[in-house]
Design a protein. Sequence first.
Lengths: 317, 680
Amino acid sequence: MALADRFRRARNKSPAAGRGGDVEDPFDEEFLRQLELLQVVARRIISGRQRAERKTKKVGSGLEFADHREYTPGDDIRNVDWGVLARLNQTLIRLYEEDEDLPLRVVVDVSDSMMTGDAHKLRFAQKIGAALAYVGLSNLDRVGVTVMSGKIHETLPAVRGKGRIFRVFDFMRTSARGGPTDIAAGCKRVAAQSNQPGVTVVLSDFYDLAGAFEGLNLLRFQKHEPVCIQVLDPAEADPRASALRGDVTLVDCEGAGRRDVTVSPALLERYAEAHERFRSTLESKCRARGIPYFRADIDQPFDELVLKVFRRGGVLR
Amino acid sequence: MRFAGWSLAELAVLFGAAGAAITGLYLLRMRRRQVVVPFAELWEQLDRETDTRKLWRRLRRLFSWLVQMLLLLLLCLALGDPRPQWWFSEPRTVAVIVDVSASMDAPAGDDGMLRLDAARARVEAELAALGHRDRVVVIAAGPEPRVVVPLSDADARGGQAADGLQGPGQALATLTPRPGRADMDAALTLARNAVAGYPAPELLVVTDGALAPDDARAVAACATGPLACRVAQVGARAATQTDDDAGGPIDDSADNLAITAFAARRYPGDRQKVEVLAEIRNLGATPRDFVFDVLADGVSVGKKQLHLEAGARTRELLPELDAARARLEAKLLPVEGGAALPGTAMDDTAWAVVPPLDPIDVTLVSDGSDLFLEAALLALDDHVRLGAVGTDLDAAAREALEDADLVIFDVADAPLPDPLPGTHLVVFDPHRLEDSPFEQILPKKQDLRRPRLTEQDRKHPILDGVVFKDVNMSRGTSFQTEATDLALVKHLGEPMVVLRERPERAVLAIGFDPRQSDLPLRVAFPLLVANVVDYFEARQPGFVATIPAGTSRELTYAQLGLGRATGVTSLQVTAPDGTQRVLRARDGRFRLLADDTGIVHLEVLDGDAAGAGVDLAVNLADAQVSDLRPRLPELPEDADASAPPPPAPPTDGPLWTMLLGICLIILAAEWTTYHRRRTV
């Protein structure tokens, strides 16, 4: 059965909009067609890799040689390197990288800052997250989804199998949203909930000056392999082209306060520069700590971004 | 300033109330447009960097409040309908008299501007200073005054311009210097009549001050007269220094070289040659070298380089010039490589018409016994048309005597005709017989036996070269003279040769018979006869070859060489520029005003001389007009209007409309800036 047909059936059964029903459904048929195409392309990119071939950093019963160590009693003698023993008369045990199916967790920021305008950023993040989940499920990985904000933290426990993608859709569609951005708190809870570290993709605008990188770093400390995808609206990042001028009261969408400013072209230019500074700082910090960073402008096709993530690696190996 | 609308108290109340309301509204917090942003932290970070802008924001609010208060003030003023005080006063009526005499053609300074240009600018400033209810008339004071801008107020002047008629500016642009003087007396009279009966009349004379004495006196009298009269002296410096005794530089701004007289005559013996007489004056403070050139048909026939000291005059005679044409032109030119001639160019050129050489009609009444006299007259046949009649005069003979220019009676013992002809007479021994009709003309005083001609007036042209010394005669008579008579020759104080000049004719009475003297045997006799004929010929109503420009002059046909033309009622005048006009003539006279220098052609249109034409030269030929130095007497201080008045306010309409216009402009500016602040 084609995925689109299954989707229609599942959609008919599922609640229409859930708590986020005021937002346009991002998982329409067109999205599913793109997912099917994406799966084919992704398969080529990661061709030759089989189920559970993604390597952990554990040394165990995998097939790929990792190292030697001294034999100790109790070791499986099948792992003794007989060649070394014959040549050097040393009894060494061959260590292999343990093949383990690493869980993929998709963390989507559902704070109010992701829903300004027509919630384009949130829908874009949901699409990316769903696409990654779909590809992961297609590769028989365990995929979990978490939505987070300063006051919301809902998690879809890890599921396996391609057919579970609709649960992912339903979860994303019906989960709560809103509240302030709090990347650090969200990531802390994700790390606490995950008894098995894995690849954790964080999708957010990271509009949190203090905690943006802190959360990612926290995941890293907890043995996760965080991936940073910063979802941005170009009109918000560089409002110079907008008609925003004059004396206005800027109201923070997350209730952080109000501020009277006089918007001039010079101020807009400085804002654009500051925003770019903020983004590049986050990117450089991520790169400095080996955290993959991707910029996701909402005016880009999401599938291109997903393929870029695959090509540059880090999410699926 | 007065308020014609709301009173000042009402306006103050309105302004106070509305101002308080505006201020109150401004004191309330201005509601700003709210804009929801996803990342206010970043905006705050920026805003902290721009704290200095807070001061400007506060100032801008103050500025905005001030703008609103200004708008309110302007609106209140508009409601008050303010009007300047002078709008409520009587309008002025100004007559501006602009000097357009020849001196206004002189440069006003070193910038190439003419004195008339300066006068025009002064008049334009005066017009600009007039209120919209003021009336003005502009009169050009040339040889004859002319109204340039008729009496009108601002609305009428604007209406003229709107209707495509000549407005004041265009009319002033047509002003040109006229050759001749400025008849200020006539111009001022015209100006007084123009403003008479109107409120607040006043006169303004704009002149360079280089006026003839009569005109200067007229201006001075106007300035001190009962009617308000101001004088604006433009273009020329108030006084001209004639030498550098004071140690300062010589002021040559009013220097001028002028041809003040130019005439030509043809030689009787050689009609291809002419003799030219010119008078040239240096009317400046600097000696000048120049070239005097005489041209016929544009070809130079006589040229002379001259030098004239400051203030000097020279009369130049250029004899025997080859000029078959009747028209001559004289020019003053700078010497080669020298500076241009100073002053106006109008008097640097003069024209002359060589007069025709018609002989004089002389009729001799004689018994035929005086062959010496006849011989002397016949010797003059080049310019004498001689006729002779006997002593028995019939009607035809008497008519011939009346038509003659000069009748010479040498009748010996025959009686003189009674009455004597009304023409010029020369009578030898008129009282030879008793009861002579000559008694009515010049009575006899006494008979003289063997008189000796002891005294003679050698300076008189009749006696030029004539010597009566030792002339012997047997008898003679003396005459009873009047004070106006001229005794040319006397015998011991007794007048024996008397010349009586009257406007209608002249009579020369010679109190002896040549036959009874040895005078005919002397060289003096033919000289005397020739001098007498020349004198009377010169006294003929001579050919008028030159008339001064700018003056109206009455002329007769005879003066134009048309003799006794009858039936003439009109003549056509062709001016130097080719324009033609017709003059009406009556009783052999007509009045001609030549207002351009050059050659004027007159042609008789009807009568028995129809088709006859004659040329006349029109020259400036007036040293007073050519004198460019200001000659105005000291004027009262309040009559000095040399400084132009300040221009009138830019609007002559109600001020409230202007105030509302300013309000609209401010509102438009504010609206524009407001929409620049429009937010999304």
